[in-house]
Design a protein around this ligand. Structure first.
Ligand SMILES: Cc1cc2nc3c(=O)[nH]c(=O)nc-3n(C[C@H](O)[C@H](O)[C@H](O)COP(=O)(O)OP(=O)(O)OC[C@H]3O[C@@H](n4cnc5c(N)ncnc54)[C@H](O)[C@@H]3O)c2cc1C
Length: 386
């Protein structure tokens, strides 16, 4: 292993288990009250204003942030537990999740004080939805080719251009967008991009739906026509956002949500196999569980490194690559193991329904948050291989 790659051996401490019990009790109450159905595929992709507010009231949004901004000053390992439990339960976290995971940390680092004081407590209360404005029609993986322009004007900037695949833009309050403020240079093709906070209610912003193959409306095209962004919504260094966007991706890529999006098919398989599975199924299930356990150890390790103030972008990319490849194959593996389950077995019908949904969403798993090929390029560079 090279010095550039390191997975610290981290175990979740005891306080995390106490928190896990608390989160499970909260989720059980929500399920009993009918807020969401953990068996319903796709529920983890839905949103509920009331649910997000109740999660905020528990102190589980922005939980690692300073108390002065509404946070709880808890650890990344505790945040890991909350994320894991919510994802496993298929809870509707869509409204607050992006803000909690990556937009809030960007504002914490780069926004002016009055903007932080205005927005971060609202995120912590589960009141606002953030989206990521990076991809464009002709610059998906190649972020540094972004063309959407921010042009200086009196007191701010005028934005013109189009972002695409913008998850949740139709329900969003704010975007953190990557816009071109100068041309790239010969020496540095990454130069010339700046990050901005954008209020999605600004005149000149149009959100057009892009419907997925499941029929769900998750992502969008966002068109900017002379949309005004004030000076104090400029984040960090002018023309130097490539550094900021790269560190943002370490938060985006390594969490347990990256390999638990279709976890429900594994649970449904266990229920359909019953307490005495045949040897072949038991072996297959054991193999899947061991692989999942390894992924989880790696993801916990990245959370621990974030807690220690490190920037584990290569390790995060490895977790995302291995995790999404594993998850993409999961529906196929579950289908093979389920082949001999009697049609009248308990939960057989639910398993079929869940498998159908998980199979339809599987292609996107290795694209969202950075494609497999791009991640492997980052890993190779981190290992000094290119
Ligand atoms: C469900 C979903 C939600 C998303 N949400 C958002 C969002 O909220 N905000 C946002 O900004 N983006 C979002 N994206 C975009 C996503 O993060 C990807 O970056 C983007 O889809 C990839 O760009 P592209 O589709 O233009 O493909 P391209 O970049 O054109 O890639 C096409 C193919 O070429 C390969 N390729 C590209 N460059 C290289 C290279 N250098 N080396 C080797 N192979 C390469 C890719 O791996 C891929 O197989 C989302 C995508 C999905 C699927």
């Amino acid at each position: 292993m090279t010095a550039n790659l390191r997975f610290d051996q981290i175990r979740l401490p005891e306080e995390c288990e106490a928190l896990r019990r608390e989160v499970r009790a909260f989720l059980a109450d929500e399920i009993a009250a009918g807020t969401f159905d953990p068996q319903q595929p796709g529920h983890g992709d839905s949103h509920s204003h009331e649910f997000s507010r109740r999660v905020g009231a528990k102190g589980w949004i922005g939980m690692t942030w300073p108390k002065s901004y509404g946070g709880q000053e808890r650890t990344f390992l505790e945040r890991f537990v909350v994320t894991e439990e919510f994802r496993v339960a298929n809870a509707p976290v869509r409204l607050h999740f992006v803000a909690d995971r990556q937009s809030g940390p960007i504002l914490l680092k780069y926004a002016p004080e009055h903007v932080k004081m205005d927005i971060l407590p609202r995120i912590c209360r589960g009141e606002v939805c953030f989206v990521i404005g990076m991809s464009e029609p002709n610059s998906g993986s190649d972020l540094f080719a972004a063309k959407t322009k921010a042009t200086k004007t009196d007191g701010g900037w005028l934005i013109n251009g189009t972002k695409i695949w913008t998850s949740n833009a139709h329900i969003a309050d704010y975007m953190i967008g990557l816009f071109r403020t100068s041309p790239s240079t010969k020496e540095n093709r990454r130069h010339g991009l700046t990050q901005f906070l954008v209020d999605m209610k600004t005149p000149g912003i149009n959100v057009n739906p892009v419907i997925q193959m499941t029929g769900q409306h998750d992502f969008n095209e966002v068109v900017f026509e002379d949309a005004f962004v004030p000076d104090d919504y400029m984040l960090g260094e002018i023309d130097g956002a490539w550094k900021q966007a790269t560190s943002e991706l370490a938060y985006e890529r390594s969490g347990p949500e990256r390999f638990l999006e279709t976890f429900y098919v594994l649970v449904a398989l266990i229920e359909a196999l019953g307490p005495k599975p045949d040897l072949r199924s038991a072996e297959g299930l054991g193999r899947l569980t061991a692989q999942l356990h390894t992924l989880r150890r790696m993801s916990v390790s990245v959370a621990g490194m974030l807690q220690a103030g490190k920037e584990p972008s290569v390790e995060g990319s490895i977790v995302k690559d291995l995790g999404t490849a594993w998850e993409q194959k999961l529906p196929g593996r579950v289908r093979e193991l389920a082949a001999f389950i009697e049609s009248e077995a308990t939960n057989r019908a639910t398993l079929e329904e869940q498998l159908a949904f998980a199979t339809t969403i599987a292609p996107k798993l290795t694209i969202q948050g950075g494609t497999t090929e791009v991640l492997r390029g980052i890993i190779a560079r981190g290992l000094g291989l290119r």
